[in-house]
Design a protein around this ligand. Structure first.
Ligand code: ATP
Length: 238
């Protein structure tokens, strides 16, 4: 029996007195795209941040490839193969595209490999290649999102955490971003995706979890949940 790439068990995360995540369990198998949907404030970002070790849980465990990573520092999580593209993209606005990509490789010591990977990113995202010296803050929203994904890929993750990749982008760019997400997955990157565009996210993923008030309330294959009456009413506009 193979262990899941990511296994979260009974996870609870608080912000002071606020219980943002309450006894949440989920798993992501190697090779999957798994979507996490839920209303604003349901705890989606908090869950991703607990996996990337930017937040410390008050209870529960996070296992990656069978190893308990609940207590390891963030940079070790990156080294193990977990990378996050954060909500709002958070590229370094006053640094160039090239600098942002180098930053994504901060845990790596193989300079030649990093250089080769940056060249590969420019091949995969030609618009970034054309603008490599441009300050990230002057890029369009879609270009910044591509940069945020490319930066996360620079650590050569096994698991990519994507927080709201479509946020604020025009529909045509959103389709482009989702095509990239599916392509990355086909090339072997496992993906845990948080997304407001629930329909597109479910159409692009293998399984979906619905998060309400810090707890999983529904889960299943995305193709089943996309036509589930409860999901239709709450997240797909009836
Ligand atoms: P959204 O879709 O709006 O981003 P979300 O599902 O990602 O929502 P979280 O950002 O995980 O939700 O927030 C879960 C809960 O934790 C919310 O009630 C939120 O107000 C609270 N929260 C999040 N970050 C903090 C913080 N830094 N300090 C205090 N409370 C926080």
């Amino acid at each position: 029996m193979t262990v899941p790439l990511l296994e979260i068990e009974n996870l609870s995360v608080n912000y002071g007195a606020i219980q943002a995540v309450r006894g949440l369990s989920l798993h992501v198998e190697e090779g999957e795209i798994v979507t996490l949907i839920g209303a604003n404030g349901a705890g989606k970002t908090t869950t991703l941040r607990a996996v990337s070790r930017m937040l410390r849980p008050v209870a529960g465990s996070v296992r990656f490839g069978g190893r308990d990573i609940s207590r390891i520092p963030t940079d070790e999580a990156v080294r193990l193969g977990i990378a996050q593209s954060p909500e709002g993209r958070q590229v370094l606005a006053r640094q160039s595209i090239q600098d942002n990509l180098e930053l994504g490789a901060y845990t790596r010591r193989d300079a030649a490999g990093v250089k080769a990977d940056i060249a590969r990113m420019y091949g995969r995202f030609p618009r970034l290649g054309e603008r490599r010296g441009q300050l990230a803050g002057t890029l369009s929203g879609g270009e910044q999102q591509m940069l945020a994904i490319a930066r996360a890929l620079m650590s050569r993750p096994k698991l990519l955490l994507l927080d709201e990749p479509s946020l604020g982008l025009a529909p045509i760019i959103v389709r482009e971003i989702f095509a990239i997400i599916r392509e990355l997955n086909e090339q072997g990157v496992t993906i845990l995706l948080v997304e407001q565009n629930a329909r597109l996210a479910m159409q692009s993923s293998h399984r979906t979890y619905v998060l309400e008030a810090g707890q999983i309330t529904l889960e299943g294959p995305s193709r089943d949940l996309v036509s589930d009456e409860r999901v239709l009413q709450a997240y797909l506009g009836g």
